[in-house]
Design a protein around this ligand. Structure first.
Ligand code: ZN
Length: 150
């Protein structure tokens, strides 16, 4: 059920996570990441505390046809290292687990794989389209993002 390939996260999606984390203060923000066209573009928001996050996750995994690439949550302390509980959580969520913290700008995040190892996550400029799919879509899509390696 996990997406086979992930090229990065849409810049707007990262900004959403950062903004949601800022506005959740002092409570922690937590969500699950979903992928469309090999790019993380969706965030499913989970209840905000460490204890409820795990049970919410279990409930979400019972939904049919749900492919999750990983997770995103905030550390209001600003320490972007995963806690022991985070590492257990990451084993279950996938290979892209984002931790954000103050000041909640595009540099104030870290990404970890399912084993808790730090990894790069490209921020991609994606133009979201809600018009119908057409045959040129894939080519257009390639032209419309610029890849920034962190
Ligand atoms: Zn944490």
């Amino acid at each position: 059920m996990r997406p086979r390939k992930v090229r990065g996260i849409a810049r707007d999606t990262l900004r959403f996570i950062l903004e949601a984390s800022r506005s959740s203060l002092p409570v922690e923000f937590a969500g699950l990441l979903q992928v469309d066209e090999e790019i993380i573009t969706e965030v499913l928001i989970l209840p905000g505390t460490e204890s409820s996050r795990m049970s919410a996750l279990v409930r979400l995994y019972m939904l049919p046809n749900m492919a999750v690439a990983g997770s995103a949550h905030s550390h209001p302390s600003g320490d972007l290292r995963p806690s022991e509980q985070d590492l257990i959580f990451f084993l279950r969520t996938g290979d892209f687990n984002i931790i954000v913290g103050p000041p909640f700008d595009e540099q104030s995040f870290a990404c970890y794989d399912g084993g808790g190892r730090r990894r790069d996550l490209a921020i991609l400029d994606v133009e979201f389209k809600d018009s119908g799919f057409d045959e040129d879509f894939e080519d257009d899509f390639e032209d419309e993002f610029r890849e920034d390696r962190l």
